[in-house]
Write a protein that binds this ligand. Sequence first.
Ligand SMILES: [Ca+2]
Ligand SMILES: [Ca+2]
Length: 364
Amino acid sequence: MQSMNNYSNRWIQALVGGAMILSACNSTADKSANQKDSVAMCVSEGIPSRAAAVKKTQENLLQGADDAKMVFIKGGFFQMGSSEFADTQPIHEVKVHDFWMDEHEVTNAQFAKFVEATGYITVAERALDPADFPGVSRDLLVPGSAVFTPPKEPVNLNNHLQWWKYVPGASWRQPKGPGSNINGKENEPVVQVSYEDAEAFAKWAGKRLPTEAEWEYAARAGQVGKKYYWGDELKPQGKWVANTYQGNFPVSNAAEDGFAELAPVKSFPANAYGLYDMEGNVWEWCADFYRPDAYEHAEKDNPKGPSDSYDPAEPGLVKRVQRGGSFLCNEQYCERYKAGSRGKGEVSSASNNLGFRCVQDQAP
Ligand SMILES: [Ca+2]
Ligand SMILES: [Ca+2]
């Protein structure tokens, strides 16, 4: 098992010119390189009738310390993967067991409740240990995180450091750094959370992070072979159905879908399973270690992913899978909101387009 305390790839590295990859938005230009490697909680007034309680179990329920509404996902078989990306092949049959899933991404209000109850301090808010950053000047070792900072002029899309900046003081409380805040944004997804932060929240809520097989099964919601999770058309009936990026990335965000950055959860239609924002809005952490060759060796029955991580682009770093893309994804730059696509992120890194949702094995 690789160390979870690997801070070597945080954005601080970028400050000193080190190359790094934070999230999984791979540009078209990067493709060739990639191909080389690869309830019943009684929420009603009083006790519900037996029939009502059973019905509720079939639909969705409030569960866990975070009071998130969860949807029951009946297990089954599905074709996991995509022929569009090197790390999503081979497409293979997978069986997923029954589970429950948050109907939406974890919100600022939910995360605030967790922090209030536990006093938890996120990775982005913690002091940086010089031992984790050999060769980096101590005055640069200040808590912070990555913030999308669009350049003024069009740029070559092969270097993401042109639009990602390490911003001292950026955290879930002030996602874009000092001066920003989450006031009035209670229903927006929490961002600037690392894998460790997401896992701590899940544990507190009595839940866990989804496996990527569970995530993809839930996102496909019974559809087979579709280009996007919602279907084959980018804009069904002329409407944007997820919070992605329109315009000339990264310099001019047309926000045709109504949102230049984060959208409150449930701003777009749910999928057939009643899940919102499975594609777009924020990337979502999954439990699996990332490896580009994971599907070549995948188990078929409720797979939990490989036993270690390996990313040829940054060997030695511990990465976990992220799914669904974000408000920064479009066909021009990051296509990884398409059905079956995979993302990846170093476990101590966070950004203002990265969040999560939780799952649970059984109704309590
Ligand atoms: Ca948008
Ligand atoms: Ca999402």
